[in-house]
Design a protein around this ligand. Structure first.
Ligand SMILES: CC(C)(COP(=O)(O)OP(=O)(O)OC[C@H]1O[C@@H](n2cnc3c(N)ncnc32)[C@H](O)[C@@H]1OP(=O)(O)O)[C@@H](O)C(=O)NCCC(=O)NCCS
Length: 194
């Protein structure tokens, strides 16, 4: 069982260096955690870590299926997309919580960094694809996943971070300092093509 503190920095199978998670400054956290839950100890047999190139086999896509339509994805496609993300160094931070008892991913969230010219060649962050497995909800894991990435974004020096969510999830995201913006959010969907 690989514990959080033992995640190796030189393991090339991770999407990003696990050290980034270990170096988070939790003093900047805006929410509190019950039951002594922490990044180093998310629960019995659970470990938080970056997405790994073999997570296709740990039910990562099945978990995303609890959030939205995933479609049929072969292992080769998963691996290719993973490698593309990894090559965009400093852009994709996908974290997961694995249940080591069953080798299953039971929680995930993503931080995507946009690299800009504006704001003195600044960076902005987006939180996406937050989901906790049905059986593990209400155990502080969603909070841990989002808080961790908000703090990673802060450490990376983004000038702002945003997300889109359903109205009923607004109170959840307010825990991390997100506020409803008065700007209009516009969208055009091409989903029927896929
Ligand atoms: C939303 C979600 C990620 C929350 O994860 P979770 O592990 O169940 O939540 P946690 O146990 O970490 O924390 C929930 C806390 O937020 C509060 N909360 C507020 N609004 C909430 C909401 N809409 N859903 C869940 N918790 C909410 C809870 O009261 C709880 O407070 P507490 O810590 O004081 O008890 C999870 O319910 C989920 O995967 N939902 C389906 C997918 C989804 O909607 N994802 C978000 C897409 S924008």
């Amino acid at each position: 069982m690989t514990k959080f503190n033992d995640l190796p920095s030189d393991d090339n199978s991770y999407l990003f260096d696990p050290k980034i998670l270990k170096d988070i400054n939790w003093e900047n956290a805006t929410c509190t955690f019950k039951n002594n839950i922490s990044i180093a100890n998310p629960g019995d047999s659970l470990v938080m870590r970056p997405l790994r190139d073999d997570d296709f086999h740990q039910d990562y896509l099945e978990l995303l299926g609890q959030l939205t339509k995933v479609g049929k994805i072969e292992e080769e496609t998963f691996f290719k997309r993973f490698e593309e993300m990894k090559e965009c160094c400093g852009t994709y931070y996908i974290i997961v919580i694995e249940d080591l008892k069953n080798n299953r991913i039971i929680g995930t969230s993503s931080l995507i960094i946009e690299h800009k010219f504006i704001h003195t060649a600044g960076q902005r962050g987006r939180i996406e694809d937050v989901v906790v497995d049905n059986e593990f909800r209400g155990k502080q894991l969603g909070k841990l996943l989002v808080q961790a990435l908000v703090l990673v974004a802060k450490k990376l020096g983004v000038y702002k971070i945003s997300l889109e969510c359903k109205i009923h999830n607004i109170p959840f995201y307010e825990l991390f300092g997100f506020k409803k913006d008065e700007q209009s959010f516009m969208i055009q969907r091409f989903e029927e093509m896929y």
